[in-house]
Design a protein around this ligand. Structure first.
Ligand code: NAP
Length: 292
């Protein structure tokens, strides 16, 4: 009989995460006299960004958190963007601020992310926050890698001493992902578009995280039998929404695998809620259940 991988259901785990946040939100409300507050800065009119922002807003509202979106036109100047962020930094009802990526080319990524107050930087993209992650003492871990670590821990995937390969080296996914795996004592290999033989590095991995944005990049033949395969990719194709991993062939070889959709995506949104609640708890001087 052919073995198939354990499906890592991110949608179900995200629902559990949200449920665990409810009493924490109630505690914040009692301490501060208001719910945790999340603000999203949306610059320009990228349709995918609009969908992501709507999902985040809805998720916050369902939990009884306050959420607001500051919309700026695609032509927004540096000064306008910085002013919008500064006013949210100073807003006492806002605990977490994110600036939806990507933003228009006239805006400098590091300057814009760097303008978010570190204590409100729930996406973890401020260079100061990234520096703390690099130093092994993160204030906030970026939501996608944090969601993946939560999945790995829930499914008890062994990490200590494991071979982990991360495909992708973006600041928002690949880099923080590799650092988190390193912090969990995996031996990490980092791959990108110039990697000479991707299959060799993929096949060695006990944990394979694929975040390249290329449909079908990883096939079953590139997966070590019994490995854990985390598919971060989101690609719109004629066949609908697919990841970076050829699910059909990979799930026959892997020990665990995330689906797309329903794997990493819902966990990312749940982690944004969790980081925002954590920011509000810190503001209120409350001890979070497990201090990270
Ligand atoms: P990105 O900024 O475009 O980075 C892609 C990375 O993949 C780059 O480091 C690139 O290498 C590498 N890469 C591209 N083609 C490759 C190839 N053929 N072989 C090996 N490496 C290759 O993308 P991102 O923001 O990290 O996002 C990656 C994917 O995850 C996208 O599909 C995105 O939509 C998705 N995503 C999903 C979630 C979620 O919650 N599920 C969250 C964020 C992103 P170079 O550095 O050499 O160019």
């Amino acid at each position: 009989m052919q073995k198939t991988a354990v499906l890592m259901d991110g949608k179900a785990l995200a629902a559990e995460v949200r449920q665990a946040l409810e009493p924490r939100i109630a505690r914040v409300r009692a301490a501060l006299g208001r719910p945790p507050g999340l603000a999203v800065v949306l610059i320009g009119d990228d349709p995918a960004s609009a969908v992501y922002v709507r999902n985040k807003e809805r998720s916050a509202q369902k939990l009884g958190m306050a959420s607001q979106v500051a919309r700026l036109p695609a032509s927004a100047s540096r000064e306008e963007a910085l002013r919008a962020i500064q006013s949210l930094n100073e807003d006492p009802a806002i605990d977490g601020i994110i600036v939806q990526w990507p933003f228009p080319p006239q805006l400098d990524e590091l300057e814009i992310f760097g303008a978010v107050a570190p204590e409100k930087d729930v996406d973890g993209f401020n260079p100061a926050t990234m520096g703390r992650l690099l130093a092994g003492r993160p204030r906030y871990v970026p939501c996608t890698p944090l969601g993946i670590m939560t999945l790995l821990r829930r499914f008890e995937v062994p990490l200590q001493g494991a071979e982990a390969t991360v495909i992708g080296r973006s600041n928002i996914v690949g880099k923080p992902m590799a650092l988190e795996l390193l912090r969990a004592h995996a031996t990490v290999t980092w791959c990108h578009s110039r990697t000479r033989d991707l299959a060799v590095h993929a096949r060695r991995a006990d944990v394979l995280v694929v975040a390249a944005g290329k449909a079908g990049l990883v096939t079953g033949g590139m997966v070590k039998p019994g490995a854990c395969v985390i598919d971060v990719g989101i690609n719109q194709t004629d066949q609908g929404l697919v990841g970076d991993v050829e699910f059909e062939s990979a799930s026959r070889v892997a020990g665990w695998i995330t689906p797309v959709p329903g794997g990493v995506g819902p966990m990312t949104v749940a982690m944004l809620m969790q980081n925002t609640v954590l920011a509000a708890e810190r503001r209120a001087g409350l001890e979070p259940p497990e201090a990270r």
